[in-house]
Design a protein around this ligand. Structure first.
Ligand code: ADP
Ligand code: MG
Length: 732
C-alpha cells in the first residue's frame, strides 16, 4: 500500500469511528454475562455432565495432585468431546507452550469414519491424555536434534480445556505439558507445575509447625498479571517494516508531544480503543479469563488490561491466551496490538507486573498480614522466607526476565532497574526492624483520612505509601514483581519465584522443627520463631530498599551491599547455569542440569536471532527507504542552490544546509555499511553469538538510528517514507 493511502485510511478509520463493526460477534451478543465461561470445560460443567464417581476422582487429581487413571480419562474425553461438539467444535488440539515463548497448536479433527461408510465424532482417553508432535522443530536448546524428533504432549487436567473460536472454526484446546522422548521438559508449563509441587511440600511443613494445616490439603501460588500493550492503526503498522518484522520501531524521531503532560494515563479511553477492549474482553470472558481492569497507560497509545488473580498454572495459561486474544481481536477494529517491551524510543515501555502470593486450598492468603501483624507469626515466617529467597537468588529472578526486548526497559530510567531489591513499605519495615531487635510489640496503622469536606466520606489510609520504582514490592497482601517484560510468558519467572520460595520455606521449616523438638509448647514455638526470624533478617536485610530505585545513589549503595547488577540479558541469563542454580533446581526437582542448560541455550539463541533480525531489518530500511528519501531531499536542496546562484542571488545559508545534509548522509551511510558488515558474524555457541550482538552490533544500531532520526527532522515531510511517531501514536 502507498504510504499516502495508508495515512488517509488510518485517519479515516480514527475520525469516522462510529463503533459499528460489521461481522463482529461481540456487537450482536447483547448481555455479556450470558457468555461468562461458556467456552470452558469448567468444574461446573464437569459436575453437571460427568458421572459422580468419575467427577470425584478427577477432582482429586486437579485439587490434590493425585495420579490420573486411564479409565477416568476415557470417560472425561467422551464427555469433553460431546460438550465441545454441542458448542460447535470440529477439531481439538493439544495446546502447549514451547520455548519459543509463544503457544503451539496442531489441530486434529474429531471426525472419524464409523466403519459403515459414515462419520462420527470421537475423542478417546488416549487422544485426551497424550499427543506426539514433532519435537525437532521447536527450540530445545540442543536437547533435541532433527533426527531425534519424538516429543510428547501430556494433558494437564489442572488447567481447564476451552474452545477457541475463529472464523468458521471452533477448536477444543486441551492444555498440555510438552516433553521430549527422554522425559526432559521442552516447555514452560512442566517446570511451573513442578515448582508448584515443591512449594506445596515446603509450605505445608510450615503450616504444620503452627498447627495451621488442619483441613488444608494443598498450598498453591497465585498470580495476577497486569498486561501493558500499545495499539496503533493497522494501516500505519503495515507501512513500518520494523514493526512488522520486530514488533518495535528501529527508527523514529521524538515527536514534539510525547508523554510530558501526563495526559494519557488514566485518561478517557478513545472510543475505537474502548470498542476493541470490550470485544476482546468478551472473548476472554467466554474462555473463563477473569478480566477486571482496563485503562490508558503512561505513554500515548499505551493501555493496560489486568485479570483477577488465579492459581499460577491457570493464570499463566490464561495470560498466554490473553496476549493472543489482544492480537487477534485488534485487527477487527483496524488496530494492531504491540506487546513488545519497548516499541517506541523515548517513551515508556511495557511490562507485565506479576502479582504473586501463596494460598491454601481453604482460601487463606499466606501473605495477608492481617490486623495485628506483629502477632501473626505464621505470616512473618512466610514473609521472611520470601525476603531470604529474593536476597539469595535475586540473580535468578533477574535472569528469569531477561530478553532482548526487556533489555531496552530494565535500567533505562523508567522501568525498575536491573538490580533486584524488595520494597516493604513503612508498616512491614517497622516490623522487620522489630524482628531484628528480637521484640515484637506493635503494628503501625494508617488511620483514617479526613478530606476536609463534610460530604466526603472518611477513608482509611494504608499504613504506608506505594513505591513505583521498586522491582519487587510488597503491595498489601502479595508481592508485585514488576520487572517482567510485556511479551514474556509468565510461567518462567513464576517457576523461579516458586522454586526459590520453596527453598527458603524448606530451610526455615527445618530450623523451626529442630528448635521446637517433638513436643512443642506455645512458648517454645514463639521463641523458636523469634530466633529463626531474627537470624534470617540479620542475614538478608540488605535486600530491602524503600527508596528511589531510579536514583544514581542506589546504584552505588546496591554495590556496597553486594547486590548483583546484571545489566543485560547476556550478563544475566548464564547465571541460570551456575552451580548454585543447578543445585537449587535439582534439589526441588524443577529442572535438571540438562534442562537448565537447554533453556540458557534456547534463550541466548533467541536473543541473538532477534537482534540479527533487527539489524537486518534496519539495514534494509536504511538502504531502501531512508537513504533514497534523504538523497532526494539533497537533490532538491542542490537544485535550489544552483538555481538561486544562477539567478545571481547569494544563498550561503542554503549552501551550508546542503553541506550539513551531505555530511549527515555520509555518516549515516558509513554506519549503515559498518552495520551491514558486522551482522554477518556467526558463532556456533549461542552465548558467544549473543555477546557479539550485544557488544558489537547493538552500538552500531544505536548510532545508525541516531543519524536516521536526525534525517527525519530535516527531510521534507512529503519525502519521508515511513509513518512518524506523531502519526503512529496519535491517530487513535
Ligand atoms: P495496581 O495498583 O498494582 O496497578 P491492579 O489492581 O491493576 O493494581 O492489579 C493488581 C493485580 O494483583 C490484579 O491482577 C489482582 O488480581 C492481583 N492480586 C490481588 N491479590 C492477589 C494475590 N493474593 N495473589 C496474586 N495476585 C493478586
Ligand atoms: Mg501494579
Amino acid at each position: 500500500m502507498e504510504l499516502a493511502q495508508a495515512r488517509q485510511r488510518a485517519i479515516a478509520a480514527a475520525s469516522n469511528w462510529t463503533g459499528a463493526v460489521s461481522g463482529d460477534p461481540s456487537n450482536a451478543m447483547g448481555r455479556v454475562d450470558r457468555y461468562f465461561g461458556c467456552d470452558v470445560f469448567s468444574r461446573r460443567v464437569m459436575r453437571q455432565r460427568l458421572p459422580k464417581n468419575i467427577f470425584k476422582r478427577l477432582m482429586n487429581t486437579i485439587a490434590y495432585g493425585e495420579p490420573l487413571d486411564r479409565q477416568v480419562a476415557d470417560v472425561v474425553a467422551a464427555d469433553m468431546k460431546d460438550w465441545a461438539v454441542e458448542n460447535g467444535a470440529t477439531h481439538y488440539t493439544h495446546w502447549f507452550q514451547p520455548l519459543t515463548g509463544l503457544t503451539a497448536e496442531k489441530h486434529d479433527s474429531m471426525v472419524e469414519p464409523d466403519g459403515e461408510g459414515g462419520m462420527i465424532y470421537a475423542l478417546s482417553g488416549a487422544d485426551l491424555c497424550q499427543g506426539e508432535p514433532d519435537a525437532s522443530s521447536f527450540p530445545s536448546g540442543g536437547l533435541r536434534v532433527t533426527f531425534e524428533a519424538r516429543g510428547y504432549t501430556a494433558w494437564d487436567a489442572t488447567s481447564p480445556a476451552f474452545l477457541l473460536r475463529g472464523e468458521n472454526t471452533v477448536t477444543l484446546c486441551i492444555p498440555t505439558a510438552f516433553v521430549s522422548w527422554t522425559g526432559a521438559a521442552l516447555d514452560q508449563k512442566t517446570p511451573l507445575l513442578r515448582s508448584m509441587d515443591a512449594l506445596n511440600t515446603q509450605a505445608m511443613r510450615v503450616l504444620k509447625i503452627f498447627g495451621a494445616d488442619e483441613g488444608v490439603r494443598r498450598v498453591f501460588t497465585t498470580v495476577g498479571p497486569e498486561q501493558e500493550y500499545f495499539l496503533i492503526d493497522r494501516n500505519l503498522y503495515f507501512a513500518r517494516p520494523d514493526l512488522v518484522a520486530c514488533d518495535r520501531t528501529l527508527f523514529g524521531a521524538k515527536p514534539p508531544k510525547g508523554q510530558q503532560l501526563d495526559d494519557h494515563y488514566f485518561g478517557s479511553i478513545p472510543p475505537r480503543v474502548l470498542a476493541f477492549m470490550a470485544a476482546a474482553e468478551t472473548e476472554m470472558y467466554r474462555m473463563g479469563i477473569p478480566v477486571k481492569t482496563r485503562h490508558n497507560e503512561v505513554a500515548p497509545g499505551q493501555y493496560e488490561i489486568a485479570p483477577i488473580f488465579e492459581n499460577s498454572n491457570v493464570a499463566c495459561d490464561h495470560q498466554m491466551v490473553m496476549m493472543e486474544t489482544l492480537k487477534r481481536v485488534a485487527p477487527r477494529y483496524g488496530l494492531q496490538a504491540i506487546l513488545h517491551e519497548k516499541p517506541f524510543a523515548e517513551l515508556n515501555g511495557s511490562g507485565k507486573h506479576n502479582n504473586w502470593s501463596m494460598t491454601t486450598d481453604t482460601g487463606v492468603n499466606l501473605l495477608d498480614p492481617q490486623e495485628e501483624t506483629h502477632t501473626n507469626m505464621e505470616f512473618l515466617v512466610f514473609l521472611c522466607a520470601v525476603i531470604r529467597a529474593v536476597d539469595l537468588h535475586g540473580d535468578l529472578l533477574r535472569a528469569s526476565i531477561a530478553s532482548a526486548g526487556n533489555d531496552h526497559r530494565l535500567g533505562a530510567n523508567e522501568a525498575p532497574p536491573a538490580i533486584i531489591s524488595i520494597f516493604l513499605g513503612d508498616m512491614l519495615t517497622d516490623i522487620v526492624e522489630q524482628i531484628e531487635q528480637g521484640s515484637f510489640s506493635r503494628t503501625l496503622k494508617g488511620g483514617e483520612m479526613d478530606l476536609g469536606a463534610t460530604t466526603l466520606p472518611q477513608i482509611p489510609r494504608d499504613s504506608g505509601d506505594r513505591n513505583r520504582t521498586s522491582p519487587f514490592a510488597f503491595t498489601g497482601n502479595k508481592f508485585e514483581f514488576r520487572a517482567v517484560g510485556s511479551s514474556a510468558t509468565s510461567a518462567w519467572p513464576n517457576t523461579v519465584m516458586n522454586t526459590i520460595a520453596a527453598e527458603s520455606l524448606d530451610v526455615l521449616a527445618t530450623e523451626l522443627e529442630q528448635a521446637i523438638g517433638a513436643n512443642p509448647s506455645k512458648d517454645r514455638l514463639e521463641k523458636a520463631v523469634r530466633d529463626v526470624l531474627q537470624k534470617t533478617i540479620k542475614a538478608h536485610k540488605r535486600i530491602i530498599f524503600n527508596g528511589d530505585n531510579y536514583s544514581e545513589q542506589w546504584q552505588s549503595e546496591a554495590k556496597k551491599r553486594g547486590l548483583p547488577n546484571l545489566k543485560n540479558s547476556v550478563e544475566a541469563t548464564p547465571v541460570l547455569s551456575s552451580e548454585k542454580s543447578v543445585a537449587l533446581f535439582g534439589k526441588y526437582k524443577v529442572l535438571s542440569r540438562v534442562e537448565i542448560d537447554s533453556r540458557v541455550h534456547a534463550a541466548m539463541e533467541k536473543y541473538a536471532k532477534q537482534l540479527q533480525i533487527e539489524s537486518e531489518a534496519m539495514v534494509l530500511m536504511a538502504r531502501q527507504l531512508i537513504l533514497p528519501a534523504a538523497l532526494q531531499h539533497q537533490g532538491r536542496l542542490a537544485q535550489v542552490v544552483t538555481a538561486t546562484q544562477a539567478a545571481g542571488v547569494d544563498c550561503k545559508d542554503q549552501k551550508a544546509a546542503l553541506q550539513e545534509l551531505v555530511d549527515l548522509i555520509y555518516r549515516f551511510n558509513a554506519t549503515l555499511t559498518a552495520l551491514a558488515e558486522a551482522d554477518n558474524y556467526a558463532d556456533e555457541d549461542p552465548l558467544e553469538q549473543a555477546r557479539y550482538m550485544k557488544e558489537k552490533v547493538c552500538p552500531l544500531m544505536e548510532s545508525l538510528r541516531e543519524f536516521g532520526d536526525q534525517l527525519e527532522t530535516i527531510v521534507a515531510a512529503d519525502l519521508w517514507p515511513i509513518p512518524s511517531y506523531r502519526e503512529l501514536l496519535f491517530i487513535k
